[in-house]
Ligand binder design. Structure first.
Ligand code: NAP
Length: 613
């Protein structure tokens, strides 16, 4: 990350500029030069007190305060992971909405559902046998998350209607100063944290199209990600802009009720057959287990099936694992030239051509020439069929402007409409929605100025004690985000525990490690369809350019990568004495002093031992 010289632009409102200046002078890892510049034989440096033993057993956890941002799936799971992994900590989550659920609370457009099978789009620790459909609606997922929060008493930790509006790292105190706006009272207050965990989501910041004069339109303009519950489209002439996952899900849900539907698309998109059909067609592990499942034509589970899931946990578990294995196995589809990609692409072309009735104009507009997977692959039952209905018209000509009566095309023609729906996606720039000021400046500025880079998707160079879910190059296109967030949460919890018990005040991945990681990402991506020329949010909304949103490998590759903490990639500052071994303490271990701990744990079978790093 480039250092930003304009200091006052990103100074914390909680500290003076002179403090900040002094801090920058003394910042940086303080551990490595210490012993080479004058340490005496007892480890003391001239002018500093001699090193003394800390009167604590090894394993003593210092108290820390953790502030989380966002109570979607990742934030909620983090509550559980911290409860199970840490001691001596406080945790608060600030959530801007009135309810938990994140994307599944916000995205309420008609037809909105998840395209990952329900039984895999759940936490491994909270299996739900009662999903009503093979693909859950946003409302059902939101209810699942709300129920967990209630049953697990998580609302003690989560403060809804509280929006984080700024966060500043203070090197001297080793703390984040966090500014929070209470949306009910309108008052802003300060909190502080040893660790900041950003679970505000990658698909959370709705993006309006860059079309001039949107405000001039005299009817309603709505966005799929902030759908007004009272928005009425029945018997109206409606424009729908965008054919990403949201647009193609929405269209068949509203088309039958509209008087006329103009669908504006500027890039073709791959629409795959319903997932059950493709799973069966590709002949993966799911094929046989699906034949044992009772679903109606709308992919609803029969009541008998739900009862079987409840009464036969072994079958339920086999079902979940088999579908998961099938989804995890689809990574080769995005590898350029792989037999799986060639086979699947030819089948999808056949499928799309058939559903478009061979209509030349529609096939030209809809069927991509770029590789399968370049844009996110989404099944959209009913979408292609709806495009052939008499009240629907596809327009591929570019939009010049929005005018009071509707949408003006580049040719000058005005398409008159009563309402405009923007299914135009999200801001995927990785710039936080609030100033996030680390050692090297405001991350908002840095992300805008440079190609977004992260450390294994969950940390940033120069931003100490900060973790993020789904940062740059996360496996967001690789299957269920739920189990993904479980892995990331465990990783974060282990790092925090390390800091608590090893006297680490602050840590951040080094710039060199992040640069090496980015070089690997850049070298790997051309192997995938994601890097091919086509406009996609995987590439920050650009047609060509670096893939910033996706992980360079499969889902299991990501899990494997996160298994071990690579200490050599991080820079540290230490508490108090700044001797990295101060945590060795008084010669005893908490494991021999804790009356509840098993002091001979190492004699147990390996499988029965508590997991340690
Ligand atoms: P998206 O994939 O980014 O699609 C945005 C659409 O808006 C694109 O078709 C884009 O066209 C179009 N657009 C933007 N600006 C435009 C302009 N000025 N003129 C014309 N068209 C314009 O957004 P999304 O559909 O909301 O999906 C985002 C992600 O959310 C998905 O990829 C998926 O990960 C997630 N999601 C998942 C589900 C699901 O599980 N089923 C459902 C919805 C969303 P270009 O392509 O030409 O830029």
């Amino acid at each position: 990350m480039a250092k930003l010289a304009n200091l006052h632009r990103w100074a914390s409102p909680f500290s003076t500029i002179s403090n900040m200046t002094r801090r920058r002078g003394s910042q940086g890892p303080s551990h490595s030069t210490r012993h080479s510049n004058g340490a005496d034989t007892h480890g003391s440096v001239a002018g500093t007190p001699p090193y003394t033993v800390r009167e604590e057993p090894i394993g003593t956890a210092k108290h820390v305060r953790i502030v989380g941002i966002g109570a979607g799936a990742s934030g909620i799971n983090m509550v559980r992971t911290l409860r199970r992994s840490l001691s001596s900590y406080e945790h608060v989550i600030y959530e801007k909405n009135e309810k938990v659920g994140g994307t599944w609370f916000e995205n309420r457009y008609p037809g909105c559902r998840c395209d990952v099978p329900s039984h895999n789009y759940q936490f491994s620790w909270r299996p739900n046998p009662e999903w009503s459909n093979f693909f859950s609606s946003s409302a059902e997922i939101e209810q699942y998350l709300s129920r967990i929060c209630e049953e697990e008493h998580m609302m003690d930790v989560i403060k809804t209607r509280h929006k984080v509006v700024g966060a500043w790292w203070d090197e001297d105190r080793g703390l984040w100063d966090v500014s929070v706006l209470n949306l009910d009272t309108g008052t802003e207050f300060r909190d502080q944290a040893n660790f900041l965990i950003d679970a505000s989501g990658i698909l959370n910041h709705p993006k309006w199209p860059d079309i001039p004069d949107r405000e001039s339109f005299r009817g309603d303009v709505v966005h799929t990600a902030s759908w007004p519950s009272n928005f009425c489209y029945a018997n109206k002439t409606v424009a729908l802009i965008g054919n990403g996952s949201s647009g193609i899900q929405l269209l068949p849900a509203i088309q039958p009720k509209t008087k006329k539907l103009y669908h504006f698309i500027r890039t073709p998109t791959w629409v795959i057959p319903p997932r059950i059909t493709s799973m069966t067609m590709l002949g993966g592990p799911a094929k046989s287990v699906l034949s044992e499942i009772e679903l109606d034509e709308k992919e609803n589970f029969s009541q008998r099936q739900i009862e079987k899931f409840k009464l036969d946990p072994e079958f339920y578990h086999k079902f979940v694992k088999t579908i998961e294995r099938d989804i995890n196995g689809t990574f080769p589809l995005v590898l350029n030239g792989s037999p799986a990609q060639v086979f699947a692409a030819s089948k999808v072309v056949q499928y799309m051509t058939a559903l478009l009735g061979g209509d030349e104009k529609l096939c030209e507009a809809l069927i991509p020439k770029f590789p399968l997977g370049c844009r996110r692959i989404t099944p959209a039952p009913g979408y292609l069929e709806a495009l052939r209905t008499p009240n629907t018209e596809v327009i591929t000509e570019a939009i010049a402007a929005i005018v009071p009566e509707g949408i003006q095309l580049e040719s000058g023609e005005v398409i008159k409409v009563d309402a405009i729906i923007c299914a135009t996606g999200f801001d995927n720039s990785f710039a936080p929605r609030f100033p996030l000021v680390g050692r090297e400046g405001n991350v908002q500025d840095i992300m805008k100025a440079e190609t977004p880079q992260g450390y294994m998707s969950c940390a940033l160079a120069g931003v100490p004690n900060y973790f993020t879910f789904l940062g740059p190059n996360a496996p967001i296109g690789h299957g269920s985000v739920f189990t993904l967030s479980e892995h990331i949460a465990r990783y974060i919890a282990r790092v925090i525990s390390k800091c608590q018990t090893e006297g680490i005040r602050a840590l951040a991945p080094s710039g060199a490690a992040v640069a090496d990681y980015a070089a690997h990402v850049a070298a790997f991506m051309p192997r995938t369809a994601w890097a091919a020329p086509c406009r996609s949010w995987f590439k920050g909304g650009e047609e060509t350019g670096p893939v910033t949103a996706l992980h360079p490998g499969s889902r299991l590759h990501f899990f494997h990568m996160l298994e071990r903490f690579r200490g050599e990639d991080w820079e540290y500052t230490y508490d108090g004495s700044e001797n990295r071994f101060a945590y060795l303490g008084n010669g005893f271990s908490t494991r021999e002093l804790d009356p509840c701990a098993d002091p001979t744990w190492y004699l147990e079978e390996e499988a029965d031992r508590p997991a340690r790093w």
